[in-house]
Design a protein around this ligand. Sequence first.
Ligand code: MN
Length: 291
Amino acid sequence: MSHTPRKVTEIIEPQYVIEGADVLLRRSFGPSRANPFDPFLLFDHFAFNNPIEGPIVGFPNHPHRGIETVTYMLEGNVRHRDSLGNTGVIGPGAVQWMTSGRGIMHEELPKRGPNGRVNGFQLWVNLPAAQKMSPPRYQEFSAGEIVEIEQPSITTRLVAGDFAGKTGLTTDIAAQPLYMDVILEPGSEFHHDIPRGHTAIAYVFEGAALFGVDDNNDGEFVDAVKMVVLGDGDSLRVQTGASKHVRFMLIAGQPFGEPVVPYGPFVMNTEAEIRQVFEDIRNGTFAKEPV
Ligand code: MN
């Protein structure tokens, strides 16, 4: 078997955007018909370090269809409530993997932690055409439940996928995702095999490292905060220098190769399916699952 290291093909500077009710966040990419990160549609980083920003109102009641939204918190928490009658708090270190399927209405309200900060990520994962109208469902794991792997100079928290012989608790996701939080100490190396053909990106949010290190030990220097796009191959190497650590979310998954028609919080395959969403909302049949 030939071996191809994945190289850096693009470094994205996350852009500040205002979403929901005055939530300032950094967006690396959002849904588009071009769908360059298939099966991933959006990656947002919401981080508030400045107490003078005032109260965070958050994301009042809104619908979703055709996607999965994955919320992973570092600091502070998100209060959550939905049309299925679910209610809860996603605390620091916890994850909520929400599969909207044919429809959900929910509100997401970030709340500062004791240190005054909110810090977390939302990743949107596409659903294949065959599952866009599936029943909505949740997979939620507390900080203590998430699979954590301690190795010399590497700490990983595995939300989904496989690493070092362990498997994340999130199951039955069509995109076959890898989603993990990686902390690499100074002067060390991270290595992981990612199946050829899978989309792979890394969100660097602390420190700096060489990404996409090849067999000649050449790589691309990336410092926080950036989204790194990795070319195809079957393995990824990341190396830290002598003085700085790096922390990043590694995201990989199987592209669906289907047409994508996004409209706000809905992502479908055709314009007719987007029109159907609005018809269902008008008819009062949207997100009306038996509770
Ligand atoms: Mn939402």
